[in-house]
Each structure stands twice: as structure tokens, then as C-alpha cells.
Design a protein around this ligand. Structure first.
Ligand code: F6P
Length: 547
């Protein structure tokens, strides 16, 4: 991989000077110039990005084309798709795209035909999930499975959880999935209250099969199963594992036919396309999962072969870099006007922040520019009654992606129209704001006296000038969900390439895990006091409060 400091490129300097000019203009004025009216849209069939409401113009897009060129993005994309070990700090290829490539052409990685391996696991998933849905596979008392409990955390939880919520309309015979992730026993305990051991399938999802939270929950689930009617021999009917660590899954007692493997070239936060999707196959049907793979594959092709102005993930990446590095915006909101995407922001927090939350570049040097994105969000319209106040009138500078589906799986009166009206209104309000004059006119019409008008005007004025991206699609079906996830994955990748960081490792999560082990020792067995006296004091305080 190339190791180019983006700030050393001529294009970066161009963008700096363009941002000096454009940051002083109101978005309404930028957008209304007749040269750009109704430009700035990109489509992948019925999936559409409208990025008109941003502080950019053709000069900015041209400069981004040069920046991508000067940071060798095209080569980086090919390196990733072709299986080069671009995750250099872990010595691994990054091939989640291979998981969704529908092809018979062999893909050889380190002497192995990984296409064959992928096909093998997919057909194991298909067979198993059909068995669960059709009832060929049953619980120990001969009853059909009704509940699937996925035990995993991070990428082994958020992907399937988000997609399960997104595609709930596709559920088969009422099969219900539960997702248990937190080491806080409340999470598992509350789930166990809702299920019956005779009709529950537990799926232990962990790439490493060593993650503290997942192992603790898996062992507790196993104990609960054994003390509520299940026998040791029944474990093989009620437990499956998804992991790259087959021996550890076997040691846990899971039958080899119920272990679904994947590989070290699948990053945890990019693993929903792998065996980690088994809970989806078992509840939504294998064909739904397969369609999601096809949607993602379409986005892969679109990303790999389109020019910047047509390329949805690349445009989103460019806009993100533009606002983060040049316009000095501080965070990015994900705002799906779709209750079914209620976990999208949480999913993307891991995908994006674990990937690009880095401050050392590929040369081992501390970066001298911003990287990473603070990402957050909630579905609309709920967010409107919570944090939109800050988006409209607060001081932090925030960018946002608004997403909505033209049609709904759940038509109820005119509620979908109400939802879409709000979806369209908010970005308009964010951009236009409301002028002092208009505010005063409105208050005069309300019959307010002049003193009150004068007093309230500053509070009721909206500056506007807040940018947004709009993503629309015909219906939130498996194809669109595949496209949405793959789109964001590629956006993250492009940003990591330009920022010259390694997006596919996550060393930053290690330290806290290590300290937790020491703290546990000190808490439970009075082991050597922690080197941090504040922690030791807090342990003592907590112990005093424990019953
Ligand atoms: O938090 C770090 C992390 O390694 C994530 O990257 C990963 O998705 C998660 O933990 C779970 O890991 P595993 O699937 O190995 O249990």
C-alpha cells in the first residue's frame, strides 16, 4: 500500500484554498447558482444519493478527483479486491467483498481456493437454516425451534442485529431472534425470561472464540439450558458456533456439524456477510440473506468501476473528508427515516469508528490532520424530538445522512406520507433556516406586540447553512440493505486510504481489556493492587457498597 501523507499533495492545498472561500458562503447561495442547479446526484439503479445540499462545487469535486489520484486510491481499491495483505499490522488480506461475489471463478489466496471455501460454508448455512425453518431440525423434546439467541459482541452482534431489525418483514413462521452481547448479566437474564429451552437455538458468534463477554454469556446460557430441562447430550441440538477458532468451539462442546467457519481475512466489523449471518438465515430465510449478498455485490461493482461523480461511496467519502479536514465540522449524524434501520447508527459506529479511529499513519508517524468521524444518530422522526434542536441552532458543526424508503412494508393510514414529509422538511430547514425578517413577520401575524417580537427574534431565528446528504431507495428490501451496508464499508475504506491509516486493525481496543483482567483479579481475589491508586480507591468504594 502507498504511504502518502495527503497534506503533502497539491490537491490538498487546492482544497484548503477552496474551503477558505466556500466556508464564508451560505449554503443557500452556493446551491442557487444556476450552474449547479439539479446537479450532484448519483444512482445505483433505484438507490439514489442527492448531495446537492453541500458546500461544494465542480472545482471541489475536480480537486477530490486529483486528491484520490495523488493518494493512489485506484490502486488501493484493486489491492483490496485482489486480496493483497493490506491489513499490514495484522498481516492479513481484507476480503469481505469475496464473501458476496457470485462467481465460479477460483480465487486463490495463500494457495487456497477461497471461493470454494466460501461456497462450502454458504451451503452449510443454507442447509442448516432450512432445517430450522422447515422443522427438520428440532429441539430435544421434538418441538420446532421458535427462538434463536445470537450470543456475540461488536461485529459478531451489531451486523446481524441491525439487519434482523431492518428486514423484520421477511421473518419466517414467526421465528424470533434475540441478540445478547453485554457482559452485564441483565442482558442474558432478561432474554432467558422470554424463551423456552426446548424450543431455543443458541448461536455463539465469535471470530476468536475468546472474547470475554461472549464466553461469559455462552457459559451462562449453557448452564441455564442444563438446569432447565436440557441434558448434556442435547447441547449438540441446541448450540451452534460461528468462528474462525474451530478447536475452541469444539472444546465448548459444540458438535462439529454445527460449527460454521470463517477466516482471518474477514474483519469482525465486516463479517455480517460470513457465517456471522447465520441467525439471519435461520429467521429471515437463506434466500433473504443471499439477496442481501447480491445487493452488496452490486455496490461493490458500482464502487470499483464508477468515476467519482457517479460513485456513491466515493462521493460520501469525499464529502466526509471535505467537512472533516477542510470545513472543520466535528461529527456526522446518521438519520434513517425508517424505524427498521433503528440500529444502523450503532452498527456504523463500530464499522467507522473502529476502522478509522487512528492517529498513526502507515509510516508509523503521528498524523498532522484529523482522521476518523464521530458518528451518531437515531431514526427520524424520533430524533427530531430529541437532538435536532442542537442540529438546528447549536454551535457544533454537524453533517448528516438522511435515508428513507419511498415505500413501506407496513402501510398504516397516511403515516408513511407523514414520515416522508418530515424526512424532506428537515434537510430543507437545516439549509435555509429562517431569517430575522421572516421571524418578525410571523410573530406580527400571530399578533405579538413589538417588544415581545424584539425580545424573541434572536431565539426564533435559524441561521440555516447546515449541509446534508439524502439517500432514497424504493423499498427497504434485502437488496437495498446489502447496498446500504456495502456503501458505508467502501466510504470508510476510501477515507482510510486518503488519511493514510490502517483501517482494518483495532489495537486501540486492547489496553482496556487487559486492564479489566488485572482489575478483576484485584477485585475478586485481592490480587496485586492496580498501578493506578484511583482505580484501587474506586474498587474499595464499590466493595463497600456491594451487598
Ligand atoms: O472490540 C474489539 C473486537 O475485536 C471487534 O473488532 C470484534 O467485532 C469484537 O471485538 C468481537 O470479537 P469476536 O468476534 O472475536 O468475539
Amino acid at each position: 500500500m502507498h504511504r502518502i501523507n495527503p497534506t503533502s499533495t497539491p490537491a490538498w492545498k487546492e482544497l484548503e484554498s477552496l474551503s477558505n472561500e466556500l466556508s464564508n458562503k451560505h449554503l443557500v447561495d452556493i446551491v442557487s447558482t444556476h450552474t449547479r442547479k439539479f446537479k450532484y446526484e448519483a444512482n445505483l439503479k433505484d438507490f439514489r444519493l442527492n448531495y446537492m445540499r453541500n458546500h461544494l462545487d465542480d472545482r471541489v469535486l475536480d480537486a477530490f478527483e486529483r486528491l484520490f489520484d495523488q493518494t493512489k486510491l485506484a490502486e488501493a481499491i484493486e489491492d483490496q479486491f485482489n486480496g493483497k495483505k493490506i491489513n499490514e499490522t495484522e498481516g492479513r488480506a481484507v476480503l469481505h467483498t469475496a464473501l458476496r461475489k457470485n462467481t465460479n471463478t477460483p480465487f486463490i489466496l495463500d494457495g487456497e481456493n477461497i471461493s470454494k471455501q466460501i461456497e462450502g460454508v454458504l451451503s452449510q448455512m443454507e442447509h442448516f437454516s432450512n432445517g430450522v425453518i422447515k422443522g427438520d431440525l428440532k429441539g430435544y423434546s421434538g418441538k420446532l425451534f421458535t427462538d434463536i439467541v445470537n450470543i456475540g459482541i461488536g461485529g459478531s452482534d451489531l451486523g446481524p442485529l441491525m439487519v434482523y431489525e431492518a428486514l423484520n418483514a421477511y421473518r419466517k413462521r414467526g421465528l424470533k431472534a434475540h441478540f445478547v452481547s453485554n457482559v452485564d448479566g441483565s442482558h442474558l437474564a432478561r432474554t432467558l425470561q422470554e424463551i423456552n429451552p426446548e424450543t431455543t437455538l443458541f448461536i455463539v458468534a465469535s471470530k476468536t472464540f475468546t472474547t470475554q463477554e461472549t464466553m461469559a454469556n455462552a457459559h451462562s446460557a449453557r448452564e441455564w439450558f442444563l438446569s432447565n430441562g436440557g441434558a448434556l447430550k442435547d447441547i449438540e441440538l441446541h448450540f451452534a458456533a460461528l468462528s474462525t477458532n474451530i478447536p475452541a468451539a469444539e472444546d465448548f462442546g459444540i458438535h462439529s456439524s454445527k460449527i460454521f467457519g470463517f477466516w482471518d481475512w474477514v474483519g469482525g466489523r465486516y463479517s455480517v456477510w460470513s457465517a456471522i449471518g447465520l441467525s439471519l438465515c435461520c429467521t429471515l430465510g437463506y434466500e433473504t440473506f443471499e439477496k442481501m449478498l447480491r445487493g452488496a455485490e452490486e455496490m461493490d461493482e458500482h464502487f470499483r468501476h464508477s468515476t467519482l461523480r457517479e460513485n456513491i461511496p466515493m462521493l460520501l467519502a469525499a464529502i466526509g473528508i471535505w467537512y472533516t479536514n477542510f470545513m472543520k465540522y466535528t461529527s456526522h449524524a446518521i438519520l434513517p427515516y425508517d424505524q427498521n434501520l433503528s440500529r444502523l447508527a450503532a452498527y456504523l459506529q463500530q464499522a467507522d469508528m473502529e476502522s478509522n479511529g487512528k492517529s498513526v499513519d502507515r509510516n508509523g508517524e503521528k498524523v498532522n490532520y484529523e482522521t476518523g468521524t464521530i458518528l451518531w444518530g437515531e431514526p427520524g422522526t424520533n430524533g427530531q424530538h430529541a437532538f435536532y434542536q442542537l442540529m438546528h441552532q447549536g454551535t457544533p458543526k454537524i453533517t448528516s445522512d438522511f435515508l428513507a424508503s419511498a415505500n413501506t412494508h407496513y402501510p398504516l393510514g397516511n403515516q408513511h406520507e407523514l414520515l416522508l414529509a418530515n424526512f424532506l422538511a428537515q434537510p430543507q430547514a437545516l439549509m435555509h433556516g429562517l431569517s430575522k425578517e421572516q421571524v418578525q413577520l410571523n410573530m406580527a401575524k400571530e399578533g405579538k406586540d413589538q417588544n415581545r417580537i424584539k425580545q424573541l427574534t434572536p431565539y426564533r431565528t435559524f441561521e440555516g447553512n447546515r449541509p446534508s446528504n439524502i439517500l432514497i431507495y424504493s423499498l427497504l428490501d434485502p437488496i437495498q440493505v446489502g447496498r446500504i451496508i456495502a456503501m458505508y464499508e467502501h466510504k470508510i475504506f476510501v477515507q482510510g486510504c486518503v488519511w493514510n491509516i490502517y483501517s482494518y486493525d483495532q489495537w486501540g481496543v486492547e489496553l482496556g481489556k487487559k486492564i479489566a483482567t488485572q482489575v478483576l483479579d484485584e477485585m475478586v481475589s485481592g490480587g496485586t493492587p492496580n498501578s493506578d491508586p484511583i482505580t484501587t480507591r474506586l474498587i474499595q468504594n464499590l466493595q463497600a457498597l456491594r451487598q
